[in-house]
Each structure stands twice: as C-alpha cells, then as structure tokens.
Design a binder for this molecule. Structure first.
Ligand code: AMP
Ligand code: MN
Ligand code: MN
Ligand code: MN
Length: 274
C-alpha cells in the first residue's frame, strides 16, 4: 500500500498530520507523500514529531494556471529547504490570501457578507482555500452542502473562481525541479478537458520539465485507468498513484492505494530517492 497524494489540516484536509500518519499506519501504507495545497507545514510537523513506521516523502500540491485552467501539480521527493521552493511557497501563501480577499469581495457583490472573515476564521492556521468558503456558506445557511457551494459560488466559472493569482504551469514545475523533486500532473481527469486539450496540456507539461502524471487518482474505473495509462506512455512520463484523501467523511476515497499500475507504466516510486 502506498499513497502519493493526500491532505491534512495544513490545507483543506480534515485530519491533523499526526492523525493522518496514524491512519496510514493502520491501513498498511508503507510509502506516504503528504501533499497539502501550497504548504509543507504538515510535512514539517511530521518530521518534527519523529513519526516512524513508514517511509515519508516530502510533497506538495501546487496550484497554477495553464491556458485559463486551474491546474494542480504535485511535487514529490523535494528538498524541503530549497530557497527557490521556499520562495515559491511564500508566493503561493500570498496568492491564496489575496485570492481569498477577492472571493470575499465577489461574494459580497452576490449578496453574501462576511465571507472572507468567516473563511479566514475557519481556516485558522491552514492554507486558506475554497473549501473554507464552502464551509462558511454552509454554516451561514447560504447553501445546504459543500457541493452546492461549489455549484453556485465557488466552482469553475462561478464568482469565487479566481485564477489570476496563480503562477504559470512552467513556474510551478520550475520550483519543484529546482528543489530536486519530481513534478507530477495531478488528477488529469478532474479538469474536464477534451482529449485534444488534455493532450496539449501534457505537451506543455513535458516541455516545461514535468516528469510524471497520476495514472490512478482516487476511485477510477478501468476505462479511465486505461485511458490515463495510454496518455502516460504516449508522453513518456512516469506514473503515480494517489488517493487525494481529504478526510474520513468521504469513505469511497480512503487513504492508501494498492501499489499497482498497468504493466506498461513505469511507477514513479521505483525511481524516487530512497
Ligand atoms: P482551492 O485549492 O482553494 O482552489 O480549492 C480546491 C479544493 O476544493 C479541491 O482540492 C477540493 O478539495 C475542493 N473541491 C473542489 N471542487 C469541489 C466540489 N465540487 N465539492 C466539494 N469540494 C470541492
Ligand atoms: Mn483540496
Ligand atoms: Mn487537486
Ligand atoms: Mn489534492
């Protein structure tokens, strides 16, 4: 069992890094990358706590943009102290804060007051993100549940969908590569791109130095896995596997994945530094 993509309370996950660690151990995970959105605070907390019993990789999930789409790049096996990466993470923290204020202003124009302050309070120490706004919208009674918050206010094309603050795809890849990490295109099926556009995204990704893609992300059907494996081979990428676990309330997407890939894919864990 492995997991190369999951979240803690350092971003929009429900479990503390320590609770996530305990769950990973309980589920038999042997190789784990904690990949919080634009933050490595959870990784540092685990290292400081001296957690043992499984192999921990330094990871992160960077938000960026490509051709008007909000794209996520996972970095794995990073030098967590590399100055360029640290500078990039500071820039991402500022971008998230500025974006959050922008989301608050746009929601105010849509008749919802106090959203920034509410989301900020909910986020606390965590890297602020749209799920914190979704929780605020639920708590204030503006929507019934988080999916409705994304459908009406936060999802692609809605008022709270602000991309201007994110760096370009190539910049995010550069930060990861500078820190000696592997750049992995996260959940390629989530962007809802046509096949032609997804092909162009992968072309740009490879050109900018991207090295791997998630062939299996969370729960996928076999057709989707075959499709992703074909793209992975076509673009000569390494293959990664991750649950994108955010918490126990989504039981169909639990922590830990079988360390399995279609035969024609080279697993990234075979080349990651020991
Ligand atoms: P952000 O990183 O602030 O752009 O927020 C994106 C995060 O919101 C994703 O990583 C998911 O955790 C969550 N998310 C995205 N779409 C939805 C949705 N439709 N319903 C619930 N959560 C979502
Ligand atoms: Mn998330
Ligand atoms: Mn993501
Ligand atoms: Mn994720």
């Amino acid at each position: 069992m492995i997991d190369l993509h999951c979240h803690s309370t350092a971003s929009d996950g429900a479990l503390s890094p320590e609770a996530l660690w305990a769950l990973a151990l309980a589920r038999g995970v042997r190789l784990l990358a904690l990949t919080d959105h634009d933050s490595m605070a959870g990784y540092h907390a685990l290292v400081d706590s001296g957690a043992t019993g499984l192999r921990l990789l330094a990871g992160v999930e960077l938000s960026c943009q490509w051709a008007g789409h909000n794209i996520h790049i996972v970095g794995l096996g990073l030098d967590a102290q590399h100055p360029q990466l640290l500078q990039g993470l500071r820039q991402q923290a500022e971008a998230r804060e500025a974006r959050a204020r922008g989301i608050g202003e746009r929601l105010a124009r849509a008749g919802i007051d106090g959203a920034y302050q509410g989301a900020r309070r909910i986020a606390g120490e965590a890297m602020i993100g749209r799920p914190h706004f979704a929780q605020f919208l639920c708590e204030s009674g503006a929507v019934r549940h988080a999916p409705e918050a994304f459908d009406r206010y936060l999802g692609a094309g809605k008022p709270g969908d602000i991309k201007v603050h994110w760096p370009e795809l190539a910049t995010a890849i550069e930060w990861i590569r500078a820190a000696g990490g592997y750049a992995v295109l996260a959940h390629p099926l989530h962007y809802r791109l046509t096949n032609a556009r997804l092909g162009r995204l992968l072309g740009s990704f490879v050109e900018a130095g991207g090295q791997a893609m998630e062939v299996i992300s969370g729960n996928q059907n076999t057709d989707q896995t075959r499709h992703m494996a074909r793209l992975c081979r076509q673009h000569h990428l390494l293959a990664s596997v991750g649950s994108d676990f955010h918490g126990p309330t989504t039981p169909w997407r639990n922590l830990g994945m079988r360390a399995w890939l279609p035969d024609d894919c080279q697993p990234i864990w075979e080349v990651l530094p020991q």
